[in-house]
Design a protein around this ligand. Structure first.
Ligand SMILES: Cc1cc2nc3c(=O)[nH]c(=O)nc-3n(C[C@H](O)[C@H](O)[C@H](O)COP(=O)(O)OP(=O)(O)OC[C@H]3O[C@@H](n4cnc5c(N)ncnc54)[C@H](O)[C@@H]3O)c2cc1C
Length: 301
């Protein structure tokens, strides 16, 4: 990134533009090379200013949340990464609906729902990351996927126009939401049901405990690596292929949950990618099933 552009970006959003950022410090996997530029716009006005400059200079960009579903390759990321995780945190509950900004941690949304006695989100307890990331990934657990609770989204398209989008026009599927290229989700309105505060609290605690027992939450990871194939569990297929505990340098298939790869401290993205290829190959050999990654892999080798 040339000096002139760096200066323009810094002047545009003082204190919110960071250059040459090691992505291992900004992802839950704690791996990844250096990103040219990571920007944290606070609100729509700042994001719009940034998108105008991006449009004028024709710069490549990608939006991220808290990096809990990301694997950044070792060569890092060229262009701009935009994270909404330090702004866009508005939350308002009214008449069974919650309007929430994309940068809000999912855990804060669950807390608000509980205090407002609104039920529906409890299965998602313990999923890290932002609401924006959870919407894009249609994050889910138990019998809930976030997309089912969406009444409308607000997003800004590549043309720089912020628009509301009703649920009828949204195509959520398993761990996915179809988004036009370059779209940035700004927030959502969720429709929830009236519930009992104590019941909501106890379901949330129960789900957190279940997650703690079943997943290696004390080690860096990006959650489940592969999607579950129809009527199957990827973790079970990986375990049955005898792969629990297998490692490539610092990357290791968790003993607790075989669909988690954990970074034991010194993993590179390459180690994780090699391990993913090994898993795909062995599971395919044994079952004929071709596993599809759930995590998003970005950046250069
Ligand atoms: C320990 C652990 C447990 C997990 N458990 C679960 C689980 O039970 N269920 C589950 O579904 N997931 C789980 N995950 C995965 C992850 O937490 C979720 O996918 C989460 O919703 C991602 O949010 P994020 O803010 O970190 O998004 P990121 O990882 O930063 O981004 C994910 C994707 O969303 C896009 N994106 C992010 N924000 C926006 C935005 N505002 N507009 C447009 N695109 C955007 C990014 O480009 C990227 O493609 C787990 C992860 C960990 C580490």
């Amino acid at each position: 990134m040339d000096a002139d552009l760096k200066e323009k970006l810094s002047a545009l959003l003082p204190g919110k533009v960071h250059f040459d950022i090691p992505m291992k410090d900004y992802t839950s996997f704690k791996v990844g090379g250096v990103a040219d530029c990571l920007v944290f716009p606070q609100d729509l006005e700042e994001l719009t200013r940034l998108l105008n400059l991006i449009g004028d200079r024709n710069l490549p960009y990608l939006v991220i949340g808290r990096g809990t579903n990301l694997l950044v390759r070792d060569g890092g990321v060229r262009g701009l990464l935009i994270s909404l995780s330090r702004g866009f945190r508005e939350m308002e509950a009214k008449d069974g609906e919650i309007r929430v900004g994309a940068g809000t941690p999912l855990s804060r949304l669950l807390k608000l729902a509980q205090t407002q006695e609104l039920t529906g989100l409890e299965d998602l307890a313990g999923i890290p990351g932002t609401v924006g990331g959870a919407l894009t990934m249609n994050a889910g657990a138990g019998s809930t996927q976030l997309g089912e609770l969406v009444d409308s989204l607000r997003w800004i398209g590549a043309n720089g126009e912020a628009v509301p989008v009703k649920k009828e026009s949204l195509n959520f599927s398993y761990r996915d939401l179809e988004l036009p290229q370059g779209t940035i989700i700004l927030g959502a309105t969720l429709r929830l049901n009236k519930g009992n505060r104590e019941e909501i609290r106890s379901r949330t605690v129960k789900n957190l405990l279940t997650k703690k027992k079943a997943q290696p939450l004390d080690q860096p990871s990006a959650g489940c690596i592969f999607r579950n194939p129809p009527d199957q569990f990827a973790g079970k297929l990986i375990e049955e292929a005898g792969l629990k505990g297998v490692r490539v340098r610092g990357a290791r298939i968790s003993d607790l949950h075989a669909n988690f790869i954990v970074n034991t401290g010194e993993a590179r993205a390459k180690d994780i990618l090699v391990l993913m290829d090994l898993i795909k190959e062995k599971v395919s050999q044994k079952t004929g099933i071709s596993l599809i990654p759930e995590i998003k892999v970005i950046g250069e080798d």
